[in-house]
Every structure is written in C-alpha cells, then in structure tokens.
Design a protein around this ligand. Structure first.
Ligand SMILES: [Zn+2]
Length: 289
C-alpha cells in the first residue's frame, strides 16, 4: 500500500512536471511569436516610413520634372508661335540641347580656342559656341567708335549724354574679370552675365557697353532699359549701326541674360536688317541651333 501510494504521488508529480514543461514551452513559443510580430510590425512601419520618404522624394522629382517641362514648354510655345510647322522636329531636337546647355552653361565642353576668328556670312561672331583666338587683339574698332560718337551727339540734343564705359577688352583682361566674378558669384551665375576669356564679344572691339552720364547708378542694370536713354538706344541704335545684342527673353539663344547696356556694332545696313527682323544675331545668321 505504501509503495502504491508512492507510485501515484510520483506519477502525479511527473504529470504536473510534464504539464508545467508543456505549458512553459507553449507560453514561451507564444511570447516568441508575439515579439516576432512586434518586430515585423516595426520593420513594416520603418519600411513604410522609408517608402513614404521614397514616395516623397519621387513626388518632388516629379514636381521638378513638371517645373522643368513647364518652362520647356513655355520656350517651345514661343518657338511654336513663330514656326508652327517645325514643332515636332524641334521638340525632339531641343530637349537634349537644352539639357546640354544647362550642364555647360551654354559652352561646348572641352572646346579649345581656335587659331582664327569665325566669320558667318561675313559677320565676325563671338559667343559661347564661337570663341576667338587668344591672341586676337584688334583693339577698339575705329568705325564703331566714330558711329558711337555720332549717336551720342544726337542723344545729347535729346537731353541725355551717352557714355561707352566699356568697349574693347583683351583676352587677358577678360580672364581677370571672369575669374573675379566666378570667385564672387560662382561659375554658374558668372556664366550668365560674364563671358569666359576668349568668348567675349568685347574682344572683337565691336561691343560697346553704354550708359548715361550722371546716371551711373543705372550702368549695367536692367533698369537702364526702362530709362529714357535706354529706351531711345534700343529703338534708335541701329540707325548708327548698333544692335541691342542680348534682348530680354532670349537667354536660351544668345547665352546671356538681358543686357540693356550691351550693343554690338554691325554697320547701319545689317544692324537695321537685324533690328527689323526682331531676331537675335544668332537667329539672323542661322547659328542659333
Ligand atoms: Zn558688354
């Protein structure tokens, strides 16, 4: 009897132990599962966050693309208005060029200066695509100076005294100027208003930066174009052989922002033709693409 009782007790203890072990294992398993689900939820949340960020990034990229496209289409709109029949061709051609333009600020990457200046249809050209030789140093053009003096005489009778405050600039001087601007405003900004050495029209001796005496505050400003002197110049300079070289809204063609003060001497005949055409010199000569 005593032995039997002992057996039952042992069996009972064993059973309890088995139940205890089984339940411990079960609970443990459950705990593990739960912590696993917590982990995956955290992962899911962080993944969602990452996705959210990715999405946000993607959205902002889309926005940027849209902004770019809208400015592209604005430009195309202008071209379209002028020559609608050329639109499909231009759409395909312009976009890669625009991108290239933005990348190099209008310059051709890796281009070296030529040994001879470029004449197109007899016109000496100096822009971001057609540089001048480093040693091209003709000085201020005599004919252009004489024309300017005549123009200034007429302007004086109308009440404003014109000053050509910057005309011929040598390669070396342009180099000095450009480097100074890059240091001050960065390359991208400097490229919008100052030519790299060898690329300045001032090196031809035919470019005149014009302002009004007594209104030095307006020199090299857009506001000069709104002054009486600036407006008169834009309308009448061609009668003396000069054109406003970098008009408003033509930066993508000329490579320069609007410069109310920068005039290029072409001679009366050609200047009048270009003025009457309403085109930039690049467009007029067919070198805008
Ligand atoms: Zn200039």
């Amino acid at each position: 009897m005593k032995n039997k009782k002992k057996h039952y007790t042992l069996l009972g203890i064993l059973l309890i132990m088995i139940i205890a072990i089984v339940s411990i294992v079960f609970i443990n398993n459950n705990l593990n599962n739960e912590s696993e689900t917590i982990k995956t939820e955290d992962q899911a949340i962080s993944e969602e966050k990452e996705n959210g960020l990715e999405e946000a990034k993607e959205n902002s990229e889309v926005l940027e693309d849209e902004l770019e496209n809208s400015s592209d289409s604005q430009d195309e709109g202008k071209v379209e208005g002028e020559e609608p029949h050329q639109k499909p061709q231009q759409q395909q051609q312009q976009k890669p060029e625009d991108k290239k333009y933005k990348e190099n600020n209008g310059y051709i990457e890796g281009q070296t200066l030529p040994s001879e200046p470029t004449y197109i249809k007899g016109v000496l050209i100096a822009n971001k695509k057609y540089p001048l030789p480093k040693d091209y140093a003709p000085g201020e053009n005599v004919e252009a100076r004489a024309a300017f003096e005549l123009m200034a005489q007429e302007a004086k009778t109308l009440g404003f005294e014109l000053v050509a405050f910057s005309t011929y600039r040598s390669y070396e001087y342009q180099e000095l100027l450009y480097n100074k601007y890059v240091e001050r405003d960065g390359k991208e900004n400097a490229d919008r208003y100052s030519a790299r050495p060898g690329y300045s029209e001032h090196q031809t001796g035919l470019a005149f930066d014009i302002g009004e005496k007594g209104r030095e505050d307006l020199w090299l400003t857009e506001a000069f174009g709104q002054s009486e002197a600036g407006k008169w110049l834009a309308e009448n300079a061609h009668r003396y052989g000069f054109i406003l070289r970098y008009p408003k809204g033509k930066e993508h063609i000329t490579g320069y922002m609007y410069e109310s003060w920068h005039f290029r001497y072409l001679g009366v005949e050609l200047a009048t033709k270009v003025k009457d055409s309403g085109l930039t010199l690049e467009e007029y000569l067919g070198i805008d693409k």
